[in-house]
Design a protein around this ligand. Structure first.
Ligand code: NAD
Length: 436
């Protein structure tokens, strides 16, 4: 079975080879890489909850806390039947690189429960969420580990979790009851969530696109065509902000099908149409109307292979593979999903000079706004949406500039450049702390 943890380690070793020359003390550097190859802590357990029927059911639960070298652990919690220990561990490494790539003062972590949440009632889901918090206990906290939503976990789930955390702390650890709201991010606005969090990942990706356009000298944005796979939170907000910035979004898709409008589609109308009809099939919408004659229904595979300038995978992992990488016509891929490109596909794309802006940079607008949420919780002072977004833009632009400099200097891929910047920051923190 495919082991994503092995992929994460292979990637780390590849980057380590490139970075080693920057360190005089090679032995110490190798010690740091060895340390970073294993999470600091892995919490693994079985949660038992009572179902509405009165029966008991057990679920496997994990939290991998990879590195705290640069700050408290940070990363989402995933509820999915495919969650495994190896997946959670790999994702925790990638979180350490992501927080370092955008230079926010966190380490990396990831958690998950092996469950299909669609099989549970709301009450059962609440019991499972609260049980997960009890399982982690004091391993979570504003200065220890700050979980957030991930696949199938929502602001409501964060609300239950933060509430359970507060109850638990009152029962046993009152001394630590400082800023319990700052123990989880991605919370509802009414419970210490941040303005702008819902659109931050998509918008952050468009900020990256804008920086890239400047570097590449793309003058006429209206001529730059974009296809987006996935029309959920990330895909929609990417489409919305790209359209607003003047780019031509020509195709979007969801799990069932896709729509291509060669003259450019209107994301707001398309979403309204999808909500109304329940499918994107009939939603060929331009700035004025939706009519089937305006566009063409396409499959998800066709979307990936469209003749566009920019392809944006914003749905699932492993969609660009060795099978389809040679058929991709876009010259730039902006990875808004986590891990949409397999390592084999990455090699093929690099040989074909397809520029891939990696997930750890492209979709870091989400965790960056989680960082802003945490800062607001800690200070008890809440910012307007315009303030949040005004802070996000320079953060993403600086991260892009740091990575682009290495990309140009090293004549490498943007992915390797991003990893180089990120891993170096984590290694330097380990050196400074004297942990190696
Ligand atoms: P979401 O559930 O809101 O949307 C997912 C979209 O993908 C939906 O439109 C769904 O129909 C579509 N989809 C599902 N299966 C598909 C398939 N087989 N083919 C094509 N489309 C399919 O999820 P999201 O929050 O938008 O997350 C999307 C991706 O972005 C995930 O990889 C997630 O890990 C990553 N991500 C999300 C955030 C965030 O803040 N939400 C932050 C960083 C990374």
């Amino acid at each position: 079975m495919h082991n994503p943890y092995n992929d994460a380690i292979t990637q780390l070793q590849l980057v380590a080879k490139r970075l080693e020359s920057e360190y005089d003390d090679k032995q110490r550097f190798q010690k740091a890489i060895k340390l970073l190859s294993v999470p600091e802590q892995l919490h693994e357990g079985t949660l038992e909850i009572t179902l509405d029927s009165g029966k008991k059911q057990s679920f496997k639960a994990y939290r991998s806390q990879h590195s705290s070298a640069r700050g408290p652990h940070k990363g989402g919690i995933r509820f999915h039947p495919g969650v495994t220990k190896e997946e959670v561990q790999a994702l925790s490494l990638w979180m350490s690189w992501k927080t370092a790539a955008v230079d926010i003062p966190y380490g990396g972590a990831k958690g998950g429960i092996t469950v299909d949440p669609r099989t549970l009632s709301q009450a059962e889901l609440e019991r499972l969420s609260r049980a997960y918090v009890r399982f982690l206990g004091t391993a979570v906290g504003p200065w220890i580990d700050i979980p957030a939503p991930d696949v199938n976990t929502t602001p409501q789930i964060m609300a239950w979790m933060v509430d359970e955390y507060e109850i638990m702390m009152r029962e046993t650890h009152t001394a630590q009851l400082q800023n319990p709201l700052a123990s989880f991010t991605g919370k509802p606005l009414e419970l210490g969530g941040s303005q702008g969090r819902d659109e931050a990942t998509g918008l952050g990706g468009v900020y990256v696109l804008e920086e890239l356009a400047q570097k590449l000298g793309w003058k006429r944005k209206q001529d730059i065509t974009i296809a987006i796979q996935g029309f959920g939170n990330v895909g929609y907000w990417f489409a919305y902000h790209a359209d607003k910035a003047g780019y031509k979004v020509v195709a979007v898709s969801d799990s069932k099908s896709g729509m291509y409008v060669s003259t450019g589609l209107d994301p707001v109308r398309t979403l309204a149409c999808k909500k109304e009809t329940g499918t994107i099939d009939t939603c060929a919408c331009d700035q004025e109307k939706c009519h089937v004659s305006l566009g063409k229904k396409i499959t998800n595979q066709e979307l990936l292979e469209l003749d566009v300038d920019v392809l944006v995978p914003a749905a699932l992992e492993n969609v660009i593979t060795a099978k389809n990488a040679s058929k991709i016509k876009a010259t730039t891929i902006i990875e808004m999903a986590n891990g949409p490109t397999t390592p084999e596909a990455d090699e093929i794309l690099a040989k074909r000079d397809v520029r891939v802006i990696p997930d750890i940079l492209a979709n870091a607008g989400g965790v960056s706004t989680s960082y802003f949420e945490w800062v607001q919780n800690l200070s008890g002072y809440y910012w307007k949406k315009s303030e949040v977004l005004a802070k996000l833009q320079p953060l993403m632009a600086t991260a892009f500039a740091d990575i682009w400099t290495v990309y140009e200097q090293e004549k490498t891929t943007v992915r390797l450049a991003a990893y180089q910047v990120a891993v170096k920051r984590v290694v330097d923190a380990l050196f400074l702390r004297g942990r190696v």
